[in-house]
Design a protein around this ligand. Structure first.
Ligand code: BES
Ligand code: MN
Ligand code: ZN
Length: 497
């Protein structure tokens, strides 16, 4: 999809589909909708005037109405997309509504569209939102269907009244949208086509393309670094592990400034190991590398946005398989940090690879840590497919993250890390055990990681609830979401200011 920003006479735009946004300005619960068209363009206002009085369109969130051959316009169609109540509408609603327009166009074989930047919002924020929303909406996961009709949009024009105000936001939005889709394309691949080795190759290709340093290490490096926790997960698989290290070290970053360590869980398939999972839904465990893919996508965006801060990403990629070489419940492993871990459940493998990933990030000089992982089913039980979980061991770092989330429009809900939960992962034989049982499962998993972040300010994102959506949305296809990419990029940028 070719996407451009331009100014000009909207009435004269030749397009198959011109898109404008509306809000409902009526206040009060049961008030009749009063629809406001978010453009000052008189010709468009006139073209839409009639349909807005008929009552057939209420401007609800992502509600659409299509007008053919709108009077006075060169455009052959005018699509109105609702942003819901005016008092509540934000650029985040614009992101979804712009996506809704793209997903309206795709099955109707409209390959080209133009979207009017809505007035009444910050132009940079809405230009960014439209770029992100449309690029994300253009993604479909059906890559292996022989009857796949490539329904991608060919070209999309964003029409702004003030190009300068919109420009910076727009360019960032393109970078971030494309990076999030890059993450989604990695997560979408099945386990046989996304092994740790392939994930390493994809990361290296990306790094090469955007000018980042990238090294991919194998089993020897795990042994050299004494990554006993990471190794214990990969030892049962015939697929070699990959320790992926991507570095962004801009000359603009101050010498003694922060070094941000991004650590991702890259389990390319999680069978559970010897504590094998039930077969129902096991196929979904191909998305168990979504945290790692989020870090790789975030690095792609960071390389292009170029914030003045050092960033290192570490992705611990492995397959979790049962075999004659696999680790067993009851085994004791020594992590890179020196801590001993009693393996209660070989299906609690994400925290094992991350324990060594966090330790390695610290060894490489990270002053602040963030990890992302499809870590627990429990987080989905707690939060549903609406929020991902966030945990933090430091209030200031958490504040910076939650401010970043406010800008990204993603949804994270903070869960606690009280010391009292530590009891659940106490082992009789080792320093810690890798499972705290069913109660508070997302929290005890985070408590485990906290032992390896130690005193370094750290954020943990449990994205198991959000990395894969089971339902189509008006603005996005079901499947991999690329969750956390936008918030991580925003968080990183906060350290460059
Ligand atoms: N990858 C899973 C978590 C998961 C579950 C992700 C569902 C996405 C959807 C993780 O490795 C896992 O198996 N966690 C266990 C932990 C338990 C054994 C302590 C879980 O959540 O059941
Ligand atoms: Mn598991
Ligand atoms: Zn897993």
């Amino acid at each position: 999809m070719k996407i451009t920003l331009q100014t000009g006479n909207t009435a004269a735009i030749e397009t198959e589909l011109l898109v404008a946004f509306t809000t409902d300005t009526a206040t009060g619960k049961d008030a009749k909708p009063e629809i406001s068209l978010l453009t000052e363009d008189e010709v468009i206002r006139k073209a839409a005037a009639n349909v807005l009085t008929t009552g057939e369109f209420a401007s609800g969130s992502n509600e659409t109405i299509l007008l053919h051959t709108p009077a006075g316009l060169k455009a052959t169609r005018l699509l109105l997309v609702g942003l819901g109540k005016a008092a509540k509408a934000t650029p985040h609603d614009v992101r979804k509504a712009a996506g809704t327009a793209v997903r309206f166009a795709k099955p109707r074989k409209l390959r080209e569209l133009a979207i009017l930047l809505p007035n009444g919002f910050d132009a940079a924020a809405t230009a960014r939102a439209i770029a992100e929303g449309t690029i994300l909406a253009d993604f479909d996961p059906d890559t292996y269907r022989s009857d796949r009709k490539d329904q991608s949009i060919d070209s999309l024009t964003v029409l702004a009244s003030d190009q300068k105000a919109a420009d910076a936001g727009f360019n960032e939005g393109v970078i971030i949208g494309e990076s999030q889709n890059f993450t989604r394309s990695l997560v979408n691949e099945p386990g046989n086509r996304m092994t740790p080795t392939i994930l390493g190759q994809r990361a290296a290709e990306m790094a090469q393309a955007v000018g980042l340093k990238c090294e991919v290490f194998g089993a020897d490096k795990l042994h050299e670094l004494k990554m006993g926790a990471f190794w214990s997960v990969t030892q049962g698989s015939d697929e070699p592990p990959a320790l992926i290290v991507i570095a962004y070290e801009p000359k603009t970053a101050p010498a003694n400034g922060p070094v941000l360590g991004l650590v991702g869980k890259g389990i390319t398939f999680d069978t559970g190991g010897i504590s094998i999972k039930p077969s129902d839904n096991m196929e979904k465990m191909k998305y168990d590398m979504a945290g790692g893919a989020a870090m790789i996508g975030a690095m792609r965006a960071i390389a292009q946005i170029k914030p003045a801060v050092k960033v290192i990403a570490i992705v611990c990629a492995a397959e979790n398989m049962p075999s004659g070489k696999a680790q067993k419940p009851g085994d004791v492993q020594i992590a890179m940090s020196g801590k001993s871990i009693e393996i209660i459940n070989t299906d609690a493998e994400g925290r094992l690879v991350l324990a060594d990933g966090l330790a390695y990030a610290k060894q490489l000089g990270a002053t602040h840590l963030i990890d992302a992982a499809t870590l627990t089913g429990a987080v989905a039980v707690a939060l549903g497919q609406v929020n991902a979980g966030v945990f933090a061991n430091d209030e200031e770092t958490y504040k910076i993250f939650s401010d970043a989330v406010a800008k990204s429009g993603e949804r994270f809900w903070r869960l606690p890390l009280d010391d009292d939960y530590r009891e659940q992962i106490r082992s009789d034989i080792a320093d810690i055990k890798n499972s705290g049982g069913r109660y508070g499962g997302a929290i005890t998993a985070a408590m485990f990681l906290k032992e390896f972040a130690e005193d370094t300010p750290w954020i943990h994102l449990d994205i198991a609830s959000m990395a894969w959506q089971d339902e189509n949305k008006p603005w996005a296809a079901k499947g991999p979401t690329g969750v956390a990419v936008r918030s991580i990029v925003e968080w990183v940028r906060s350290y460059a200011k």
